[in-house]
Structures are given as C-alpha cells and as structure tokens.
Design a binder for this molecule. Structure first.
Ligand code: NI
Length: 222
C-alpha cells in the first residue's frame, strides 16, 4: 500500500510541472552537506618491508560543504562536477605495537569527481532521478602524525594521491521553476598507500578507502 501511494505521488509529481525542465543548456548548481564514509579494506602494515600479521589501518568519516554542478548537454544527459571543502580523516592503525594502537594521524583531501549522468524521465518531469559514471581524482595533503605517534618515534606521514572510477545515483526534485531538492550517493574507488617512518625504518600500508559519499542539498537552475 505504501509503495502504491509513493508511486502515485511520484507519478503526480512527474507530470504536474510543465514549466520545470532539465533541458539542454541548463546548468544546475547544488549546495549541501557531503559526507564521506570510507569502506576500508586495509592491507597488512609493512615495517621495513615485512608484513606484520594481524595489523591494519582504518580511515574515519568526515562531513563538509559539498558543491555539485550539472550541465545538461542533451536530452537525458548531463555532465556533473562534484567539489567540496577539504575533508579531513583520522587514520587509525592496529596490531603493529600496542604502544601505538589507535590514531596514527590525519590527512586532508579533495576528491573532485567528473561524471556523465543519465536522467531517466521526461525532460519536463519535476522528479529527475539519475545515474552517473565518472572519474575521481583524490588529492591528499596536510598529512599529520598524532602526538602519540610522534612520541613513539614515528616521523613524517604521506598518502599517495588516487585516480579511480566513481558510480552514482541521485535525484533532483523541483520545488519551483528554479529550485530543487537533491540527494545523491556515490561509490568512489580511492586507493592509497600511507607511508611513515619508525625511527629510520620505513612503514607502509596499502589502503582501499573506497568511500560511500552521501550528499543532500538544494539546487538552483541557471
Ligand atoms: Ni579500491
């Protein structure tokens, strides 16, 4: 029953807005909250080249101001850029040495993502669900060791930048001719290697960060 009501509401919504459209030439700029939730798969931590059994790294969540812009290039087709204020993630390690279990440090990144989008419904629909496929570049900077890691003789922290695919689903819902509500989810392939030194011994770990990125915001059509 709930499904039928929802379907009817969407259908009514979809046909009711003659003046609204996602038509070629339109640019939709959206502002909102972007949450990056890493779905981490960590390799073993290598100390001086030897894998430490049972060791692993973890990367925690962050929320920032997100911006997305879609340019409708043809009926049903858009090109979207995802941008945001820099995300800062806490990096944790476990299993190398009980003295340093916990927060190794933190790293900041910008994950610009360019996607091609397909909008399923009529260009005049008020409800515009879409899927997207694209490319992500994640630039890590401002990596910092925790004071605990430094006190335990760790020096320097660096994360490799990442280039990978991105998949997306989302929807624009018109609330007037120019204004939209938007919700979108991405799965982004972000793989990195974190490097530090314990005394003079190199310490490295390969981490698949592969986050889910959630966005909710408001859009304006130009
Ligand atoms: Ni990956």
């Amino acid at each position: 029953m709930k499904k039928q009501i929802l379907a009817a509401a969407i259908a009514a919504f979809a046909v009711s807005g003659a003046a609204v459209a996602h038509e070629p030439g339109d640019v939709i700029l959206r502002v909102g909250a972007a949450h990056v939730a890493p779905d981490v798969d960590s390799g073993r931590i290598k100390v001086g080249g030897a894998k430490v059994s049972g060791s692993k790294a973890d990367v925690k969540d962050d929320t920032q101001l997100g911006l997305t812009a879609t340019w409708i290039v043809a009926p049903h087709l858009g090109v979207e850029l995802l941008a945001a204020t820099p995300f800062t993630h806490t990096i944790k390690v476990k299993g190398v040495n009980p003295a340093i279990d916990g927060t190794l440090g933190k790293a900041t990144h910008l994950p610009p993502t360019l996607s091609a989008q397909y909008f399923f419904l009529d260009t005049k629909s008020r409800f515009q669900p879409y899927v997207g496929v694209g490319l992500n570049y994640t630039w890590f900077f401002n990596e910092k060791l925790s004071s605990k890691a430094k006190a335990n003789n760790f020096h320097g922290l660096e994360l490799e930048n990442s280039f990978g695919w991105a998949l997306q689903v989302g929807a624009d819902i018109a609330i007037s001719d120019k204004l939209f509500l938007n919700a979108a989810v991405w799965k982004i392939d972000i793989d990195t290697q974190a490097k530090t030194r314990l005394g003079n011994t190199p310490v490295k770990v390969d981490v698949e960060v592969d986050p889910w990125v959630y966005f909710v915001g408001i859009g304006y059509k130009f």
